[in-house]
Structures are given as structure tokens and as C-alpha cells.
Design a binder for this molecule. Structure first.
Ligand SMILES: [Mg+2]
Length: 272
């Protein structure tokens, strides 16, 4: 039995699976091309809150991979779902947003009124996603608003992402600074929470074992995929190394060196 014939949909995390920085991993362009030729459903999910689907489609295109905006589910999209779900009971009307322009545009779709400057201190809700201009003034505004009773939502809980020189802070690390200052914990929307998987289901991806999630993180990708009812494959080309597997209670169905192994046989990859 091979992977391609076992699944109808393939859901890929991006960083550490398809590419690392500006380089493809394994032969990811050929894997995607082959799956597409064989009429498999393809989706991409990412917790990175700074880029839009069209940004990602452009990036993949430069790497020689065809994709469509509608195939991407991002943590800002999940954040919109979470805000819409909670707004009626929390009676939120105003929001202070710290994050990329893409995150801001997404959050504005919820209908909440965005506040700026001193007015932000009285916001009903604070939404945070990491962005390159993150600064102390933003942490201060967010901490005071939350201390004054604002709701607190983060796009994702990841503490770090791997960069060329080591571990760099991601949204979770930035949330932690505001959590420490305000004494309140953020609710997060990205993987492994259900919001991205709900969006995938709305887009036609069945929450069954006929869907294979391929990710490099046990705690976000594999945990989220398992909760959604998917089959899961961990690739060892990103944040998880073989030595991390021993004691982890989150167990993927398959463990692969990298994405290229999806074109081979399932034999010898079953983890259970
Ligand atoms: Mg990843």
C-alpha cells in the first residue's frame, strides 16, 4: 500500500515540512506536483500570523510549487473564527490589535472597532500575533488593557521558531511577556486548537482517517490532526528530532525522514 492511494486529502504544515527558510525540503515540489496530478485534495496550514494566503502562494511559486489562495488556512483566519464565536457572550465591541497588517485586516472583518493610541487602554479585547515591529509600548498597552478587563486572544501559542542561528521568539513568547505583566492568560486560536481544522472541514476536507496531516511539530501539527480525526505523519525535517520521540505521549501514525517519503511505500513507516 502506498501513501497516495491511502488518502483523499493531504494537509501540509509549511515551515519544516515544505521548506526551511528559502529552501525546499527533500523534493517537495515533485511531491506536491504528483499529488495534484493524481487529483488529491491539498491544503496548507500554518501558525505563522504574519503572512496572507497570497503571500504564501507567491513564496511557494518562487520555490517551484503551484498553489491557490483558497488552499491556505492561517492562524489569523482561525483567530477570526475564535473572535466571532466569543464576541456575543463577551459583548466585545472594540479591539486593540498588535500584529502584521494581514492580521489587522483579518480581525477588522469581525466588525469590532479597532482602537489606537491611548484609547486602546480601554479596549474590550486585545489580539496579539508576532510581527517584526513588536515593541515595549505595545506590550505596555496590551498589559494595561488586559489588566483593565479586556479579553486576551493570541493567534498561536508557539514559543519559538527555528532560524538560521537557533531558536527565535514566536507569538507564544510574546504572549508570555503580556501574561506575566497582566497576570492573565491568553486564549489561542492556531493549531492544535480546533479552529483551523473547522475551517478545513468547511472547505471540504473530511475529518476522517482518509485525510493525512503532515507536520514537523508533535504539539501543534500532530496533536491538532489527531484531535480532528485525521491520520498523522510526523516529518523529522523540522523542529522534532528522533531523540524527542521516546517519551512523548503524542504519537503520530507515521514517522518520515522528510516529505519525499510520501511518494514511497507505507511499509516500515507505520509507527503503531
Ligand atoms: Mg512547522
Amino acid at each position: 500500500m502506498d501513501f497516495q492511494n491511502s488518502f483523499d486529502h493531504f494537509v501540509f504544515d509549511l515551515d519544516g515540512v515544505i521548506y526551511s527558510g528559502e529552501k525546499t525540503i527533500g523534493d517537495s515540489p515533485r511531491v506536491l506536483e504528483t499529488l495534484r496530478k493524481n487529483k488529491k485534495g491539498i491544503r496548507f496550514i500554518t501558525n505563522n500570523p504574519s503572512r496572507s494566503p497570497s503571500d504564501y502562494a507567491e513564496k511557494l511559486s518562487k520555490l517551484g510549487i503551484e498553489s491557490y489562495d483558497s488552499e491556505f488556512v492561517t492562524s489569523p483566519m482561525a483567530t477570526v473564527s475564535l473572535i466571532k464565536e466569543k464576541t456575543p457572550s463577551e459583548k466585545w465591541k472594540t479591539v486593540f490589535i498588535m500584529g502584521s497588517d494581514y492580521l489587522k485586516n483579518e480581525v477588522r472583518r469581525t466588525g469590532l472597532v479597532e482602537l489606537y493610541g491611548e484609547n486602546s487602554l480601554g479596549a474590550d479585547l486585545v489580539v496579539m500575533g508576532s510581527h517584526p515591529e513588536f515593541n515595549l509600548e505595545e506590550i505596555k498597552t496590551a498589559s494595561i488593557a488586559i489588566g483593565n478587563g479586556a479579553g486576551f486572544i493570541g493567534t498561536n501559542a508557539d514559543y519559538f521558531y527555528p532560524c538560521e542561528h537557533g531558536r527565535a521568539p514566536a507569538t507564544g513568547a510574546l504572549l508570555a511577556s503580556v501574561e506575566a505583566a497582566s497576570g492573565k492568560k491568553a486564549v489561542t486560536a492556531g493549531k492544535p486548537e480546533r479552529y483551523m481544522f473547522d475551517l478545513l472541514e468547511e472547505s471540504g476536507v473530511a475529518p476522517t482517517k482518509k485525510t493525512l496531516l503532515v507536520g514537523d511539530s508533535l504539539s501543534t501539527d500532530v496533536a491538532g490532526g489527531k484531535k480532528a480525526g485525521y491520520s498523522t505523519a510526523l516529518v523529522l525535517s523540522g523542529v522534532t528530532k528522533k531523540t524527542d520521540l521516546g517519551n512523548n505521549e503524542i504519537t503520530p501514525d507515521f514517522i518520515l525522514e522528510n516529505i519525499s517519503f510520501l511518494l514511497g511505500s507505507r511499509q516500515g513507516t507505520d509507527h503503531k
